[in-house]
Design a protein around this ligand. Structure first.
Ligand code: CA
Ligand code: CA
Ligand code: CA
Ligand code: CA
Length: 299
């Protein structure tokens, strides 16, 4: 491997150009030195050499480096790189490995994870830029079979958008939630790939086979998708009695709001601190003439 001659070549007559020490060349003739012996007359630009103490690879002929004379001198113990010695400069390079020459660097070598993204650096047909075809192999390094691009286990069919029809029955190979095994979801599009959107959103038909979208607490209550975790009219289930007035539905249970407020089974929450018929407890009625004060029946 060779490199273009340094810009220093244009200044060959300048004593010491390129030699370390800036202007204090130790060549006897004050010309440039490429032989590594710091002696004699050079006819080309000064190149860094081990004898002058520079092999860093930056080509500035300054600094101290170990230098190299063969590729074997450049082993960096990293299997992900190709170690090369530029013998003109005595400089090492460590380029990412592309064993199959497909233009993509290796993602892994011998169990070591590399910075590249070629999932098979021994096969030039396999790389992240490969076209997605209908093979069951992963040619484009997506970690998924090419004929099942959304990874839902169903091979792509005709209505799969821009990708090739692979003769399968997945009607949307870009959405893993859509396939012949999917629930008959209440949605804007056909979810189970039977060719009909028989549970069209926004409302869900009363047909119990039509399933409301997640979360699982959202149920099809007579044709309405209702979150039974929070809906006070269907708190806990589609058939639950409405929560009493003054209550909220929290995590599927009615809860009266306010200090002393309680659900005693009536149409409204009662205040156990002051309610004559539910003084301190549901159903505890004060005697005639008494009043309920702070949960006590008082004369
Ligand atoms: Ca490669
Ligand atoms: Ca490859
Ligand atoms: Ca699929
Ligand atoms: Ca799908």
């Amino acid at each position: 491997m060779t490199r273009k001659i340094l810009a220093c070549a244009a200044a060959m007559a300048i004593a010491g150009c390129g030699d370390k020490g800036g202007g204090s060349s130790d060549d006897a003739d004050a010309a440039m030195d490429t032989a590594g012996d710091d002696a004699g007359t050079d006819t080309v630009a000064d190149l860094p050499d081990a004898a002058e103490g520079d092999t860093a690879g930056e080509g500035d002929d300054t600094g101290a480096d170990a230098g190299c004379v063969a590729d074997g001198d450049c082993d960096d113990s990293d299997p992900c790189t190709v170690d090369d010695c530029d013998t003109d400069y005595g400089e090492c390079s460590h380029d990412p490995l592309d064993s199959d020459g497909d233009g993509y660097f290796a993602a892994e070598v011998g169990g070591t994870t590399c910075a590249g993204n070629d999932c098979d650096d021994s096969d030039a047909d396999v790389n992240p830029g490969a076209a997605v075809g209908c093979t069951a192999s992963d040619m484009d390094c997506s970690d998924l079979p090419d004929n099942d691009d959304d990874g839902d286990g169903y091979v792509r069919g005709a209505a799969a958008g821009a990708l090739e029809d692979c003769g399968g029955d997945d009607c949307d190979d870009a959405d893993a939630a859509v396939n012949p095994g999917a629930a008959n979801l209440c949605a804007l599009t056909d979810q189970d790939c039977d060719g009909v959107n028989d549970c069209a959103a926004p409302e869900c038909p009363a047909d119990p086979s039509c399933v409301c979208p997640p979360p699982a607490t959202v149920l099809n209550c007579d044709g309405h998708c209702v979150d039974t975790a929070s809906d006070p009219d269907h708190c806990g289930s589609c058939t639950a009695d409405p929560c009493p007035t003054g209550a909220v539905c929290s995590v599927g249970a009615c809860a009266c709001v306010g200090d002393g407020m309680w659900d005693c089974g009536g149409p409204a929450c009662v205040n156990l601190n002051t309610d004559f018929a539910n003084c301190n407890a549901c159903g505890h009625t004060c005697d005639a003439g008494q009043t309920c004060v702070d949960g006590d029946c008082t004369p």
